[in-house]
Design a protein around this ligand. Structure first.
Ligand code: AMP
Length: 286
């Protein structure tokens, strides 16, 4: 009779997770890691499927990291669909789910953080002070607990991806970072756990975020290269679509995140807007 294995194996304790990965690495297993904050959607699942293609052990973490939230209400409202998440991980045959408690990750006497100098000054970092230090700190901690060979991040959080790649380089971490494409709803809206918080009307309105980005890419293809003019056009498009609460629209170099005056191939346009109380981000490569 074949032995029934219940996957994913759920581990709450960081030390146990660490012992388990060390044991597996001693057996020459390649560790593939996908960090998430849960409320899994097709965007997360696409990263996991990418990971499963690599022959190795897949570990997904679900941890809503309190130190990357600068708005306590945003943290309190963050969706939780754990039962469904576990079912999704089971179907994808994920080997381990690392599901730590906040107290185990950030005990009261916790005091060391990673500090990102420049890359956090742009885009989302401008209006979310401390956010990317919080992200880098948790990513480094998770990397230390899990010691993956490969870790996978989505391009949807472009600045986060850039910062993680830089941290890995700067701190000589022997981890290969893979990138997953942005997965979208059928109306074009980039999938996000926060989409669950949108009313049907706002969900529809939010589809204009991506439509606007594509419109700007078309304008660029037709010959407009000035970032300033393209951004003005996009602002106008959004106002007409009743998207008024724009946090930023930036066109920038993908490595340095510095704004550029004239668009060239490979540059990124990224935006953050609030629709109702929900903050949404998206980006597109020229
Ligand atoms: P989160 O749970 O929001 O922290 O996201 C966990 C990982 O999933 C991050 O690497 C995100 O960039 C990635 N991700 C989130 N949304 C999407 C999406 N729509 N398409 C691809 N990757 C995504």
């Amino acid at each position: 009779m074949s032995k029934k294995i219940n996957l994913p194996k759920i581990i709450h304790d960081p030390n146990k997770m660490n012992l388990e990965t060390v044991r597996q690495k001693n057996k020459k297993k390649k560790i593939v890691f996908i960090p998430t904050m849960g409320a899994l959607h097709e965007g997360h699942l696409s990263l996991i499927k990418k990971g499963k293609k690599i022959k190795g052990l897949t570990i997904v973490s679900i941890f809503v990291n309190p130190i990357q939230f600068n708005d306590i209400n945003d943290l309190k409202k963050y969706p939780n669909t754990l039962k469904k998440d576990i079912e999704n991980l089971r179907q994808l045959k994920v080997d381990y789910l690392f599901l730590p408690n906040v107290e185990k990750i950030f005990p009261n006497n916790f005091e060391t953080t990673v500090s990102i100098n420049n890359l956090q000054k742009f885009l989302c970092g401008k209006n979310r002070p401390g956010h990317f230090n919080g992200v880098s700190t948790i990513v480094l901690k998770l990397f230390n607990i899990i010691s993956p060979n490969v870790a996978i991040f989505g391009k949807k959080d472009f600045q986060q991806l850039t910062i993680v790649k830089k941290m890995v380089e700067d701190l000589n971490m022997n981890i290969k970072i893979l990138e997953g494409s942005i997965i979208r709803e059928s109306n074009g809206l980039a999938m996000s756990s926060r989409n669950k918080l949108l009313s049907p009307k706002n969900f529809h309105k939010a589809s204009n975020i991506y439509k606007g980005l594509k419109y700007i890419k078309d304008e660029y293809k037709k010959g407009e290269k000035s970032s300033k003019k393209l951004i003005k056009k996009l602002e106008k498009y959004y106002i007409q679509s009743e998207i008024r609460n724009i946090d930023y629209i930036e066109i920038f170099d993908p490595l340095t995140l510095h704004s550029i005056k004239y668009v060239k191939k490979g540059a990124i346009i990224a935006i953050a807007v609030k629709i109702g109380a929900v903050r949404l981000i998206d980006n597109l490569k020229f």
